[in-house]
Write a protein that binds this ligand. Structure first.
Ligand code: SF4
Length: 442
């Protein structure tokens, strides 16, 4: 039993878990294990492109149902990542989540100031692990895997009861979800097809025809939770994927029913979704759906608000300075979101995070899948020039945006965004100048 539990805990701790052995030792092996050898660490130091190709092997393997073993040489050692464990079954997931957790921070935090992250999750319930979205800037699938492992409905409802018994519980569940909310119980219709699949995403570039995208089990689960008399409201705060709108009519209307249920009963006033960009080429590199789908989601959202008389808000998240993004692409985001009456607030400038395709491209300037060179804004000035487009509506950014668009010879975009152009002398004033190693804004 202890061994079994250990296996389960190891397999939820990371999708690929490496260890180190001496170069002259043979790594332990099993029948049928295939080994992929990466370029050595030292070779990567000399040639970044080798690092990019290494990443491709790691990502492909971490997204397979049955991965190969990966080996990399460094100095006198070999780093060995054995094939990852298969996704946990529902029974195994329940065994992990039904353990008698205290639901409290570690005792070393006793009598210390409140921990904001704990405050956020203390009354939340995890329904599943893993994400098949495959966004290129996100590391979730490297940690939790592409294949979703779900708890049973009974196990989730048991935990809801436990939360309801907590002395400080006021009737509000802050989240029922996982890395992406609407993936609970979703998997391939034919498991054997998934077993030989190498796609990094089941949703991009198109929703896989083998993916069972039925949302009705989730809708049923939410109904049961809100029928519990101890629950005043159960929010779904995890991100919601709307790629399902780009599917056959039956799946589209199934998703629309789900999102209507969410907007009506499980949103705390603001539904947050992540289109992340508007530019087709940036979205392609991000492995996100085309922006038109977000527009469609907004139409559904506005309809529900109108029919129910509710005043819920739709809050889109965006990223600037992502690999492949230029200032013109940011202008496109500003124009398109302005035309939809948004004044963006939930935005971030791209921050490289380990184990993601976007970060490998940021570091190497090379996409190992397409074998193309890719631009990324890196200097503080380049990044600021992109980020400012989010805030086109602020007077201080307005002038700088107009100047930049003139400098890059795109006055047409000034017209589109503001409906006017600056005078020649104002347009030619530089916005950022280099001062020694610092960039100074003037
Ligand atoms: S076959 Fe389709 S559903 Fe299965 S893992 Fe591949 S992309 Fe996902």
């Amino acid at each position: 039993m202890i061994c079994k539990l250990f296996r389960i805990l190891i397999s939820i701790s990371a999708n690929i878990c490496p260890h180190l052995i001496k170069k002259d030792q043979q790594p332990a092996t099993k029948k049928n294990w295939v080994t992929q050898t990466l370029s050595s660490y030292e070779a990567c130091l000399k040639d970044k492109i080798k690092h990019a190709y290494n990443f491709k092997i790691i990502e492909v393997e971490s997204n397979k149902y049955e991965s190969d073993r990966i080996v990399q040489e460094t100095g006198d050692y070999l780093i060995v990542a054995n094939p990852s464990n298969p996704p946990l079954t529902e029974k195994e997931m329940d065994a992990v989540y039904d353990l008698p957790y205290t639901r409290l921070p570690h005792p070393k935090y006793h009598n210390k100031p409140a921990i904001p992250a704990y405050e956020m999750i203390r009354h939340s319930v995890n329904s599943h692990r893993g994400c098949f979205g495959g966004c290129s800037f996100c590391t979730i699938s490297a940690h939790q895997g592409k294949f979703v492992s779900s708890r049973s409905k009974q196990s989730i409802l048991r935990e809801i009861e436990q939360v309801a018994e907590m002395p400080d519980f006021k009737g509000y569940i802050s989240d029922v979800g996982g890395p992406s909310a609407n993936m609970w119980k979703m998997k391939g219709k034919i498991e054997n097809v998934c077993r030989s699949c190498k796609r990094p995403s089941c949703l991009f570039p198109k929703v896989c025809p083998n993916l069972d995208t039925d949302h009705s089990q989730m809708t049923e689960l939410y109904k049961e939770i809100r029928n519990n008399p101890k629950i005043k409201k159960a929010f779904v705060g995890s991100g919601i994927r709307y790629d399902y709108l780009d599917h056959q009519e039956i799946q589209r209307s199934n998703f629309k029913e789900y999102i209507t249920e969410i907007i009506t009963h499980h949103v705390s006033g603001r539904l947050k979704v992540a289109p992340e960009h508007t530019s087709p080429k940036v979205l392609r590199l991000m492995r996100k759906p085309e922006f038109g789908l977000f527009k469609e989601l907004k139409t559904v959202f506005d309809d529900v608000n109108l029919k129910t008389g509710m005043k819920q808000q739709l809050i889109p998240y965006f990223i600037s300075s992502h690999p492949e993004c230029h200032e013109e692409d940011m202008a496109d985001t500003a124009i398109q979101t302005k035309n939809m009456d948004f004044k963006l607030e939930q935005v971030q400038d791209f921050t490289p995070t380990p184990m993601t395709l976007a970060t490998v491209i940021y570091f190497t300037g090379f996409d190992p899948y397409t074998e193309k060179k890719i631009f990324t804004a890196k200097t503080p000035a380049e990044k600021q020039n992109q980020k400012q487009f989010f805030f086109w509506y602020k007077p201080e950014e307005n002038k700088r945006i107009k100047q930049r668009l003139t400098q890059i010879n795109r006055p047409d975009l000034i017209n589109e965004l503001f409906g006017q152009q600056l005078s020649k002398e104002k347009l030619n004033t530089p916005i950022y100048t280099k001062h020694k190693s610092k960039k100074t804004r003037i």
